[in-house]
Ligand binder design. Structure first.
Ligand SMILES: [Zn+2]
Length: 433
Protein backbone atom coordinates (compact mmCIF):
# COMPACT_ATOMS: atom_id res chain seq x y z
CA UNK A 1 0.00 0.00 0.00
CA UNK A 2 1.38 3.46 -0.85
CA UNK A 3 2.34 5.73 2.02
CA UNK A 4 -0.29 8.43 2.34
CA UNK A 5 -0.03 11.88 3.86
CA UNK A 6 -2.86 14.29 4.59
CA UNK A 7 -2.24 18.04 4.61
CA UNK A 8 -4.97 20.38 5.70
CA UNK A 9 -4.79 24.17 5.65
CA UNK A 10 -7.13 27.12 5.95
CA UNK A 11 -6.11 28.14 2.45
CA UNK A 12 -4.76 26.21 -0.52
CA UNK A 13 -3.61 28.15 -3.57
CA UNK A 14 -4.66 26.16 -6.61
CA UNK A 15 -4.84 27.35 -10.20
CA UNK A 16 -7.75 27.18 -12.63
CA UNK A 17 -7.05 29.55 -15.51
CA UNK A 18 -6.07 31.86 -12.67
CA UNK A 19 -5.44 31.74 -8.95
CA UNK A 20 -8.07 29.93 -6.91
CA UNK A 21 -8.04 29.90 -3.12
CA UNK A 22 -9.59 26.78 -1.63
CA UNK A 23 -10.73 27.58 1.92
CA UNK A 24 -10.60 24.81 4.53
CA UNK A 25 -9.07 22.51 1.94
CA UNK A 26 -6.92 19.42 2.03
CA UNK A 27 -4.37 17.59 -0.03
CA UNK A 28 -3.71 13.87 -0.07
CA UNK A 29 -0.27 12.71 -1.11
CA UNK A 30 0.53 9.15 -2.06
CA UNK A 31 4.24 8.47 -2.46
CA UNK A 32 5.41 11.46 -4.51
CA UNK A 33 2.10 12.55 -6.07
CA UNK A 34 -0.92 14.63 -5.18
CA UNK A 35 -3.92 12.31 -5.43
CA UNK A 36 -6.55 14.60 -3.94
CA UNK A 37 -6.89 18.38 -3.66
CA UNK A 38 -10.15 20.02 -2.67
CA UNK A 39 -12.58 20.54 0.18
CA UNK A 40 -12.17 18.41 3.27
CA UNK A 41 -13.80 14.99 3.19
CA UNK A 42 -14.62 12.45 5.88
CA UNK A 43 -11.33 10.63 6.43
CA UNK A 44 -10.15 7.68 8.46
CA UNK A 45 -7.11 9.09 10.27
CA UNK A 46 -5.58 5.63 10.52
CA UNK A 47 -5.21 5.56 6.72
CA UNK A 48 -2.41 8.12 6.89
CA UNK A 49 1.17 7.80 8.04
CA UNK A 50 1.22 11.56 8.64
CA UNK A 51 -1.44 14.22 9.12
CA UNK A 52 -0.59 17.92 9.19
CA UNK A 53 -3.20 20.47 10.17
CA UNK A 54 -2.19 23.94 9.11
CA UNK A 55 -4.56 26.26 10.98
CA UNK A 56 -4.17 29.79 9.69
CA UNK A 57 -1.73 28.45 7.12
CA UNK A 58 -1.62 28.60 3.34
CA UNK A 59 -0.32 25.87 1.06
CA UNK A 60 1.08 26.83 -2.33
CA UNK A 61 3.43 25.30 -4.90
CA UNK A 62 7.13 25.54 -4.07
CA UNK A 63 9.21 28.16 -5.83
CA UNK A 64 11.30 27.22 -8.85
CA UNK A 65 14.63 28.99 -9.09
CA UNK A 66 15.22 28.92 -12.84
CA UNK A 67 18.85 30.00 -12.82
CA UNK A 68 21.60 29.76 -10.25
CA UNK A 69 25.12 28.52 -9.56
CA UNK A 70 24.50 26.97 -6.18
CA UNK A 71 28.06 26.39 -4.97
CA UNK A 72 28.90 30.06 -5.48
CA UNK A 73 27.43 30.61 -2.04
CA UNK A 74 31.11 30.13 -1.10
CA UNK A 75 31.79 33.56 -2.64
CA UNK A 76 28.89 35.40 -1.05
CA UNK A 77 30.16 38.78 0.07
CA UNK A 78 33.65 38.14 -1.28
CA UNK A 79 33.51 40.57 -4.20
CA UNK A 80 30.74 43.12 -4.39
CA UNK A 81 30.00 46.33 -6.24
CA UNK A 82 32.05 45.49 -9.35
CA UNK A 83 31.28 45.27 -13.08
CA UNK A 84 30.54 41.79 -14.42
CA UNK A 85 33.77 41.33 -16.41
CA UNK A 86 35.99 42.86 -13.68
CA UNK A 87 34.18 40.70 -11.12
CA UNK A 88 34.62 37.53 -13.22
CA UNK A 89 38.18 38.13 -14.45
CA UNK A 90 39.77 39.45 -11.28
CA UNK A 91 37.81 37.86 -8.47
CA UNK A 92 35.50 34.98 -9.30
CA UNK A 93 37.42 33.05 -11.97
CA UNK A 94 40.75 33.06 -10.04
CA UNK A 95 38.97 31.85 -6.88
CA UNK A 96 36.98 29.26 -8.84
CA UNK A 97 40.23 27.87 -10.26
CA UNK A 98 41.04 26.68 -6.73
CA UNK A 99 37.71 24.95 -6.14
CA UNK A 100 37.86 21.27 -5.30
CA UNK A 101 35.07 18.73 -5.64
CA UNK A 102 34.32 18.72 -1.93
CA UNK A 103 34.05 22.51 -1.89
CA UNK A 104 31.34 22.30 -4.54
CA UNK A 105 29.48 19.70 -2.52
CA UNK A 106 29.45 21.78 0.66
CA UNK A 107 28.77 25.06 -1.13
CA UNK A 108 25.81 23.44 -2.87
CA UNK A 109 24.45 22.09 0.41
CA UNK A 110 24.63 25.61 1.85
CA UNK A 111 22.65 26.86 -1.14
CA UNK A 112 20.09 24.07 -0.80
CA UNK A 113 19.63 24.82 2.91
CA UNK A 114 19.01 28.48 2.06
CA UNK A 115 16.70 27.64 -0.83
CA UNK A 116 14.61 25.17 1.17
CA UNK A 117 14.23 27.70 3.98
CA UNK A 118 13.03 30.18 1.37
CA UNK A 119 10.46 27.77 -0.07
CA UNK A 120 12.37 26.82 -3.20
CA UNK A 121 11.67 23.20 -4.09
CA UNK A 122 13.43 23.04 -7.45
CA UNK A 123 16.35 24.85 -9.07
CA UNK A 124 18.26 24.98 -12.34
CA UNK A 125 22.00 24.96 -11.83
CA UNK A 126 25.02 25.47 -14.04
CA UNK A 127 28.49 24.95 -12.63
CA UNK A 128 31.26 22.36 -12.62
CA UNK A 129 32.05 19.18 -10.65
CA UNK A 130 28.33 18.66 -11.16
CA UNK A 131 28.48 15.10 -9.83
CA UNK A 132 28.94 16.72 -6.43
CA UNK A 133 25.96 19.00 -7.00
CA UNK A 134 23.88 15.98 -7.98
CA UNK A 135 25.02 14.16 -4.85
CA UNK A 136 23.97 17.11 -2.68
CA UNK A 137 20.57 17.13 -4.42
CA UNK A 138 20.13 13.41 -4.03
CA UNK A 139 20.94 13.51 -0.31
CA UNK A 140 18.97 16.65 0.57
CA UNK A 141 15.82 15.65 -1.33
CA UNK A 142 15.46 18.86 -3.38
CA UNK A 143 14.51 18.74 -7.08
CA UNK A 144 16.98 20.12 -9.61
CA UNK A 145 17.88 20.40 -13.24
CA UNK A 146 21.66 20.41 -13.52
CA UNK A 147 24.09 21.34 -16.26
CA UNK A 148 27.84 21.10 -16.45
CA UNK A 149 29.03 24.61 -17.40
CA UNK A 150 30.91 24.39 -20.71
CA UNK A 151 33.46 26.82 -22.10
CA UNK A 152 34.51 26.26 -25.71
CA UNK A 153 37.13 28.95 -26.35
CA UNK A 154 39.77 26.22 -26.46
CA UNK A 155 38.32 23.46 -28.63
CA UNK A 156 40.16 20.57 -26.96
CA UNK A 157 39.22 21.67 -23.45
CA UNK A 158 35.70 22.43 -24.67
CA UNK A 159 35.22 18.93 -26.07
CA UNK A 160 36.59 17.40 -22.85
CA UNK A 161 34.01 19.46 -20.93
CA UNK A 162 31.26 18.33 -23.27
CA UNK A 163 32.27 14.74 -22.58
CA UNK A 164 31.89 15.42 -18.85
CA UNK A 165 28.50 17.01 -19.51
CA UNK A 166 27.43 13.89 -21.37
CA UNK A 167 28.64 11.59 -18.62
CA UNK A 168 26.64 13.67 -16.13
CA UNK A 169 23.56 12.82 -18.21
CA UNK A 170 24.46 9.12 -18.23
CA UNK A 171 25.11 9.07 -14.47
CA UNK A 172 22.37 11.30 -13.14
CA UNK A 173 19.49 11.95 -15.55
CA UNK A 174 16.20 10.99 -13.85
CA UNK A 175 18.00 9.79 -10.71
CA UNK A 176 16.93 10.52 -7.12
CA UNK A 177 13.43 9.12 -7.70
CA UNK A 178 13.21 11.26 -10.83
CA UNK A 179 14.01 14.51 -8.98
CA UNK A 180 17.28 15.10 -10.79
CA UNK A 181 17.28 15.94 -14.48
CA UNK A 182 20.21 17.07 -16.60
CA UNK A 183 20.73 19.68 -19.30
CA UNK A 184 23.80 20.61 -21.32
CA UNK A 185 25.23 23.96 -20.23
CA UNK A 186 27.26 25.95 -22.77
CA UNK A 187 28.15 28.99 -20.64
CA UNK A 188 27.43 31.85 -23.07
CA UNK A 189 27.93 32.95 -26.68
CA UNK A 190 31.05 34.89 -25.64
CA UNK A 191 32.67 31.79 -24.14
CA UNK A 192 31.30 29.27 -26.65
CA UNK A 193 31.95 29.99 -30.35
CA UNK A 194 29.38 28.87 -32.96
CA UNK A 195 31.20 25.67 -33.99
CA UNK A 196 31.35 24.55 -30.37
CA UNK A 197 27.68 25.40 -29.85
CA UNK A 198 26.94 23.21 -32.89
CA UNK A 199 28.67 20.30 -31.16
CA UNK A 200 26.65 20.89 -27.99
CA UNK A 201 23.41 21.13 -29.95
CA UNK A 202 24.15 17.85 -31.72
CA UNK A 203 24.71 16.07 -28.41
CA UNK A 204 21.67 17.64 -26.79
CA UNK A 205 19.53 16.52 -29.72
CA UNK A 206 20.94 13.00 -29.72
CA UNK A 207 20.46 12.63 -25.95
CA UNK A 208 17.16 14.52 -25.88
CA UNK A 209 18.07 16.94 -23.09
CA UNK A 210 17.53 20.72 -22.95
CA UNK A 211 20.27 23.35 -23.13
CA UNK A 212 20.93 25.96 -20.41
CA UNK A 213 22.89 29.05 -21.51
CA UNK A 214 23.53 32.68 -20.48
CA UNK A 215 22.25 35.03 -23.18
CA UNK A 216 22.32 38.79 -23.77
CA UNK A 217 23.23 39.56 -20.17
CA UNK A 218 25.22 42.77 -20.71
CA UNK A 219 25.47 45.52 -23.30
CA UNK A 220 29.17 44.65 -23.76
CA UNK A 221 28.24 41.08 -24.68
CA UNK A 222 25.83 42.31 -27.35
CA UNK A 223 28.40 44.74 -28.78
CA UNK A 224 31.12 42.10 -28.87
CA UNK A 225 28.77 39.66 -30.61
CA UNK A 226 27.80 42.30 -33.20
CA UNK A 227 31.46 43.09 -33.81
CA UNK A 228 32.52 39.45 -34.16
CA UNK A 229 29.57 37.93 -35.98
CA UNK A 230 27.52 40.88 -37.27
CA UNK A 231 24.57 39.59 -35.32
CA UNK A 232 23.01 40.06 -31.89
CA UNK A 233 23.29 37.08 -29.49
CA UNK A 234 19.71 35.89 -30.01
CA UNK A 235 20.01 36.19 -33.80
CA UNK A 236 23.27 34.27 -33.67
CA UNK A 237 21.67 31.50 -31.58
CA UNK A 238 18.80 31.34 -34.06
CA UNK A 239 21.19 31.05 -36.99
CA UNK A 240 23.09 28.22 -35.31
CA UNK A 241 19.78 26.41 -34.85
CA UNK A 242 20.02 26.41 -31.08
CA UNK A 243 16.60 27.97 -30.61
CA UNK A 244 14.91 25.11 -32.46
CA UNK A 245 15.91 23.00 -29.48
CA UNK A 246 14.55 23.26 -25.90
CA UNK A 247 16.66 26.10 -24.51
CA UNK A 248 16.70 27.80 -21.13
CA UNK A 249 18.31 31.21 -21.65
CA UNK A 250 19.37 33.11 -18.54
CA UNK A 251 19.09 36.91 -18.37
CA UNK A 252 18.00 38.13 -21.84
CA UNK A 253 18.44 41.71 -20.62
CA UNK A 254 19.47 43.49 -23.82
CA UNK A 255 17.00 42.51 -26.53
CA UNK A 256 15.78 44.22 -29.66
CA UNK A 257 12.09 44.07 -30.57
CA UNK A 258 13.03 41.49 -33.21
CA UNK A 259 14.82 39.33 -30.65
CA UNK A 260 11.80 39.44 -28.34
CA UNK A 261 9.72 38.15 -31.26
CA UNK A 262 12.23 35.39 -31.95
CA UNK A 263 12.37 34.20 -28.32
CA UNK A 264 8.57 34.17 -28.06
CA UNK A 265 8.11 32.42 -31.39
CA UNK A 266 10.74 29.77 -30.64
CA UNK A 267 9.29 29.23 -27.14
CA UNK A 268 12.78 29.71 -25.75
CA UNK A 269 12.54 29.59 -21.97
CA UNK A 270 13.92 32.66 -20.24
CA UNK A 271 15.24 32.90 -16.70
CA UNK A 272 14.78 36.47 -15.53
CA UNK A 273 17.24 37.43 -12.75
CA UNK A 274 16.29 40.93 -11.63
CA UNK A 275 18.38 40.95 -8.43
CA UNK A 276 21.61 39.89 -10.11
CA UNK A 277 21.06 42.20 -13.11
CA UNK A 278 20.55 45.11 -10.76
CA UNK A 279 23.54 44.33 -8.55
CA UNK A 280 25.93 43.83 -11.47
CA UNK A 281 24.54 46.93 -13.14
CA UNK A 282 23.69 44.85 -16.20
CA UNK A 283 20.37 46.56 -16.87
CA UNK A 284 16.71 45.61 -16.66
CA UNK A 285 15.22 42.89 -18.84
CA UNK A 286 12.19 43.85 -20.96
CA UNK A 287 9.96 41.48 -19.00
CA UNK A 288 6.69 43.28 -19.64
CA UNK A 289 7.28 43.09 -23.40
CA UNK A 290 8.33 39.45 -23.21
CA UNK A 291 5.19 38.58 -21.25
CA UNK A 292 3.06 40.56 -23.69
CA UNK A 293 4.39 38.34 -26.49
CA UNK A 294 3.66 35.29 -24.33
CA UNK A 295 7.29 34.30 -23.96
CA UNK A 296 8.06 31.69 -21.30
CA UNK A 297 9.63 33.69 -18.47
CA UNK A 298 10.71 32.02 -15.24
CA UNK A 299 12.56 33.64 -12.38
CA UNK A 300 16.04 33.01 -11.03
CA UNK A 301 18.29 34.36 -8.32
CA UNK A 302 21.54 33.77 -10.20
CA UNK A 303 24.37 32.99 -7.78
CA UNK A 304 24.70 34.16 -4.19
CA UNK A 305 27.87 35.95 -5.28
CA UNK A 306 25.90 38.39 -7.43
CA UNK A 307 22.60 38.72 -5.60
CA UNK A 308 23.58 38.03 -2.66
CA UNK A 309 20.87 35.61 -1.56
CA UNK A 310 18.79 32.82 -3.05
CA UNK A 311 15.45 34.15 -1.82
CA UNK A 312 12.72 33.66 -4.42
CA UNK A 313 10.19 35.73 -2.47
CA UNK A 314 12.53 38.68 -2.78
CA UNK A 315 13.11 37.94 -6.47
CA UNK A 316 9.37 37.69 -7.12
CA UNK A 317 8.79 41.07 -5.47
CA UNK A 318 11.63 42.62 -7.49
CA UNK A 319 10.19 41.15 -10.69
CA UNK A 320 6.90 42.89 -9.95
CA UNK A 321 8.35 46.19 -8.70
CA UNK A 322 11.29 46.82 -10.99
CA UNK A 323 9.42 47.28 -14.31
CA UNK A 324 6.78 49.41 -12.60
CA UNK A 325 9.39 51.88 -11.39
CA UNK A 326 11.59 51.68 -14.45
CA UNK A 327 8.76 52.27 -16.92
CA UNK A 328 6.75 54.52 -14.59
CA UNK A 329 3.74 52.26 -15.00
CA UNK A 330 2.20 50.57 -11.93
CA UNK A 331 -0.10 48.33 -13.99
CA UNK A 332 2.56 46.13 -15.60
CA UNK A 333 3.78 42.79 -14.21
CA UNK A 334 0.94 42.55 -11.68
CA UNK A 335 1.18 40.25 -8.66
CA UNK A 336 -0.34 37.34 -10.54
CA UNK A 337 2.25 37.56 -13.34
CA UNK A 338 5.13 37.70 -10.85
CA UNK A 339 3.72 34.73 -8.93
CA UNK A 340 3.42 32.73 -12.14
CA UNK A 341 7.03 33.50 -13.03
CA UNK A 342 8.19 32.15 -9.68
CA UNK A 343 6.13 28.97 -9.91
CA UNK A 344 4.43 27.59 -13.03
CA UNK A 345 6.46 29.55 -15.57
CA UNK A 346 9.57 28.34 -13.77
CA UNK A 347 8.35 24.78 -14.31
CA UNK A 348 7.88 25.61 -17.99
CA UNK A 349 11.35 27.12 -18.14
CA UNK A 350 12.81 23.85 -16.83
CA UNK A 351 10.60 21.81 -19.18
CA UNK A 352 8.92 20.20 -16.17
CA UNK A 353 5.38 21.61 -16.53
CA UNK A 354 3.85 18.15 -16.52
CA UNK A 355 5.19 17.47 -13.05
CA UNK A 356 5.50 20.67 -11.02
CA UNK A 357 4.63 24.36 -10.87
CA UNK A 358 0.97 24.16 -9.80
CA UNK A 359 -0.90 22.14 -7.22
CA UNK A 360 -3.20 19.69 -8.94
CA UNK A 361 -4.13 16.04 -8.85
CA UNK A 362 -1.42 14.01 -10.57
CA UNK A 363 1.30 16.60 -10.02
CA UNK A 364 4.36 15.93 -7.89
CA UNK A 365 3.89 17.02 -4.28
CA UNK A 366 6.35 19.94 -4.31
CA UNK A 367 4.72 22.43 -1.98
CA UNK A 368 5.23 24.85 0.85
CA UNK A 369 3.12 26.04 3.76
CA UNK A 370 3.20 29.57 5.14
CA UNK A 371 2.02 30.77 8.54
CA UNK A 372 -0.42 33.62 7.87
CA UNK A 373 -1.03 34.41 11.53
CA UNK A 374 1.18 37.48 11.40
CA UNK A 375 0.69 41.24 11.12
CA UNK A 376 1.82 41.51 7.51
CA UNK A 377 -0.90 39.13 6.32
CA UNK A 378 -3.80 41.20 7.72
CA UNK A 379 -6.35 42.17 6.54
CA UNK A 380 -6.87 39.37 4.06
CA UNK A 381 -8.18 41.24 1.05
CA UNK A 382 -6.02 39.44 -1.47
CA UNK A 383 -3.79 36.56 -0.44
CA UNK A 384 -1.96 36.38 -3.78
CA UNK A 385 -0.99 40.04 -3.47
CA UNK A 386 0.16 39.36 0.10
CA UNK A 387 2.39 36.53 -1.12
CA UNK A 388 4.05 38.76 -3.70
CA UNK A 389 4.26 42.04 -1.81
CA UNK A 390 4.27 41.14 1.91
CA UNK A 391 5.45 37.58 2.55
CA UNK A 392 8.85 36.75 4.03
CA UNK A 393 10.81 33.54 3.86
CA UNK A 394 10.56 33.23 7.67
CA UNK A 395 6.79 32.68 7.15
CA UNK A 396 7.53 29.29 5.57
CA UNK A 397 7.09 26.51 8.07
CA UNK A 398 6.85 23.42 5.90
CA UNK A 399 8.54 22.40 2.67
CA UNK A 400 7.78 19.20 0.81
CA UNK A 401 9.50 17.89 -2.30
CA UNK A 402 8.37 14.78 -4.15
CA UNK A 403 6.02 13.94 -1.27
CA UNK A 404 8.77 14.08 1.35
CA UNK A 405 8.90 16.71 4.09
CA UNK A 406 12.29 18.45 4.06
CA UNK A 407 11.55 21.35 6.40
CA UNK A 408 9.17 21.27 9.33
CA UNK A 409 8.71 23.78 12.16
CA UNK A 410 11.85 25.65 11.23
CA UNK A 411 14.00 22.50 11.11
CA UNK A 412 15.70 21.13 8.01
CA UNK A 413 15.24 17.38 8.20
CA UNK A 414 17.82 16.21 5.64
CA UNK A 415 20.65 18.69 6.09
CA UNK A 416 22.98 19.05 9.08
CA UNK A 417 23.18 22.85 9.00
CA UNK A 418 25.81 23.15 11.77
CA UNK A 419 28.16 20.97 9.76
CA UNK A 420 27.40 22.86 6.55
CA UNK A 421 28.17 26.21 8.20
CA UNK A 422 31.43 24.87 9.61
CA UNK A 423 32.60 23.30 6.32
CA UNK A 424 31.67 26.25 4.12
CA UNK A 425 33.29 28.84 6.39
CA UNK A 426 36.50 26.83 6.50
CA UNK A 427 36.60 26.15 2.76
CA UNK A 428 35.54 29.63 1.65
CA UNK A 429 38.24 31.23 3.77
CA UNK A 430 40.88 29.00 2.16
CA UNK A 431 39.63 29.74 -1.37
CA UNK A 432 40.09 33.47 -1.11
CA UNK A 433 43.24 33.58 1.05
ZN1 LIG B 1 24.38 32.86 -14.22
Amino acid sequence: MPKKKLLQADYILAWNNGPEIISQGEIVIEDSNITYLGPRLEREEGDFEEIIKGRDNLIMPGFINAHTHAAMTLFRGYADDMSLMDWLNNKIWPAEAKLKKEDIYWGTLLAIAEMLRGGTTCFADMYFHMDEVARACQESGIRASLAQGLVGLDKIKGMAGLKEGVSLIRNWHNKGDGRITIMLGPHAPYTCPPDFLQEVLEKATALDVPIHIHLAETRDEVNECLEKYGKTPVELMKEIGLLDHRVLAAHCVHLTAKEIEILAEKKTAIAHNPGSNLKLGSGTAPVAKLLEKEAVVGLGTDSAASNNNLDMLEEMRLAALLPKGFLENPTIVPAEAAFKMATMNGAGALFLSNEIGTLKIGAKADLIMLNLNQPHFYPRHNLLAHLVYSARSSDINLVMVNGKILLSNGQLLTIDEERVFFETQLRATKLVS
